[in-house]
Design a protein around this ligand. Sequence first.
Ligand code: NAP
Length: 351
Amino acid sequence: MSEARIPVAVLGATGSVGQRFVQLLDGHPWFQVAEVVASERSAGKPYRDASEWRLGGPIPRDAADLTVRDYDDALESPVVFSALPGEVAGEIEQRMACQGRAVLSNTSTHRMEPDVPLLIPEVNPDHAAALELQRRNRSWSGFIVANPNCSAIHLVLALKPLADAFGIEALSVTTMQAVSGAGYPGVPSMDMIDNVVPYIGSEEEKMEEEAKKLLGGFDGVFRPAEFAMSAQCNRVPVRDGHIECVSLRFRQPAAPEEVIAAFETFRGKPQELDLPSAPKRPIIVRREPNRPQPNLDRDTERGMASVVGRVRPCPVLGTKFVVLGHNTIRGAAGASILNAELFKVEGLLPA
Ligand code: NAP
């Protein structure tokens, strides 16, 4: 007989990331959406009406019939996936952790705190050890674990095998980020059609600081990785999928074929453990000269892989490539779900 699924709540369930959670958790072998929570605008309505479902395919039937809860309602679920706006996430997520729940957060609010693991299971699963410190510091029985910003996660997935094999001394990244990254309705269509907006508030700072935390160590305190980094972030009229053009200087020189081999052979804990949401290969290399493209490649490995292409010499820094990833799947909801799957296998989720 199969084990009962763990009831989970989705906070911000009506938004872009919240809907992705509901979609990805539909039929999940370990987790079942038991509670959907959103603002007072939605509370009390059936989820099917409150969400105005905006993803392809039908709204998952079990979630559709749930009544949207308010953040002040007493929740039952021991595991909480948070897709809250930063402005409100701090207090609500802390309250849930204090009540003994595992909070898996997409929000930037807690990512850089000195006792909050910012986790990508293929990159830094050892940072989960910071939960002990968090419990001691805050006297919580639950915890908060964060997943990175939607651009930082795909950049860092691509950087991890390169950092391990060659060391990274300096890097420059320019992003072209999809409109869904700004939530719904997000950037006004009049600002987006026939246009590129060369500014996304706080995005460049988030990419730079998160990449260093993720690629750094934890030995009781987080030790950020040491390399020079510059990010430039742009919003482009693409629906889903962020593209990033990366140039970097290694500590040990590497030929493009060696870089490609490092990408293609990279595997992490989710692959070893065969977690339900894990891509078979976290990085897929495309060798065609005009790939990856958002429209063609963002759903690779069900949106859970980073897709790399155009690996070639860079006359300034040595090596350059392009990486693409789905921003609301591996860049958000899928990342939190993978963290929860790792924690379940490691016995870190509350019963
Ligand atoms: P969104 O589409 O704007 O959705 C926001 C959600 O939060 C909705 O469910 C909304 O409920 C609820 N909400 C809004 N204002 C609230 C308030 N004052 N109090 C309580 N709930 C409120 O945003 P999103 O794109 O899903 O982003 C959610 C979080 O994930 C953000 O922190 C964002 O930075 C992060 N994130 C987003 C992406 C992405 O690609 N979109 C990627 C990574 C991380 P109502 O419908 O009831 O208003």
